[in-house]
Design a protein around this ligand. Sequence first.
Ligand code: PLP
Length: 426
Amino acid sequence: MSDFSTLSVSELKEIQSDLKGIYATYQKQGLNLDMSRGKPSPLQLDLSNGMLDVIQSESNLKASDGADSRNYGGLDGIPEAKEFFAEILEVSPKEILIGGNSSLNLMHDTVMRAMIFGVQEGETPWGKIPKIKFLCPSPGYDRHFSVCELFNIEMVVVDMKDDGPDMDVVEKLVAEDESIKGIWCVPKYSNPDGITYSDEVVDRLAKMETKASDFRIFWDDAYTVHHLTEDPDQLKNILTACKKFGNPNRVFMFSSTSKITFAGSGIGVMASTEENLSYIKKLISFQTIGPDKLNQLRHVRFFKDKDNLKEHMKKHAEIIKPKFDMVLSKLEEELSDKNIAFWHEPNGGYFISLNTLDGCAKKVVSMAREAGVTLTGAGATFPYGKDPRDRNIRIAPTFPSLEELEKAMDILCLCVQITSVEKILE
Ligand code: PLP
């Protein structure tokens, strides 16, 4: 088939009738396929089962500083866990704070602390300012946007380019508007585009003049070791860049092992300057006596070092790469020559971001649902659930089996084609 935009009305109507016939047969099959959330598959989770045995058979449950992991204490994590994450995030162990089981929890609490107490000693709590705003490079991670909605933080959409957020827009906005207090970033294998920020973007974020002295970058490096190729993307270290440009306290980095070991039973981690962390620790000490040290010990003893972690992530890639390849090859086969969609080919992370013709995404998602395929809601990748061009669809290939994925992709591509023909015929 050729470029849909070059076809005559009668040709398009013929295609439409054929495709609708195929769609009707899928509808009758009573399918139930889910490509909606970025969850690891059971096979991926099995890779870490050995971790459950690690500390069971050990008589020594002391951390490297002698603290008994079974007992209270260790507000910011055991030393070896801090060292382990410091190596991954390329910061000093003193710049690491180990949290509980979720980095989203750390991000939420960091925003909440800023709302109630301010981001640093002496800064006005954001909640006392009549209106505050966050820049939201979009498409982005829906749960970041939900945190803003919860705290009534106005979200300002900034377009994502191939190397990160549109920095001309970001620089202009933060220089002019004191109510802009933060920006959400998923800098490596971004959710959902799979884009890694260029060195230039990292430097510009670290260097830019901000009207608000308490402006913060929320740097969610969730997919930092989640490569799909032998030639991984490289991300410049933002904390080092912020220090170099005289804005050391500007960034809060986050990550977790949710997509490394067990989602929901991993370790969340935060990194920032010692000054930022000491303020945060003071406040956290009212909230907890310390996070789960046994889980930290188990993780560190299971992985031992960064090289082992790398090998472990290769095993994840072996499981999920064929799924990404399947999605990409279906998109290529079914949609590439028709001029009705474009997508990114990520080198890592958890998602493939598909853009339809403008005004088609909602319709595609609802048609797919009626044929038994659940996708992330159209619009979810934008603040307030509103995709201004109604075109972005996030595909999460990791959880379903290859067979399920193949069928789900056939249906998705079919729905994209039917909806596009209808759009062109409008
Ligand atoms: N950040 C991003 C960008 C994600 O995609 C996800 C999960 O999909 C999370 C954070 C959640 O991480 P955690 O399980 O550590 O809360």
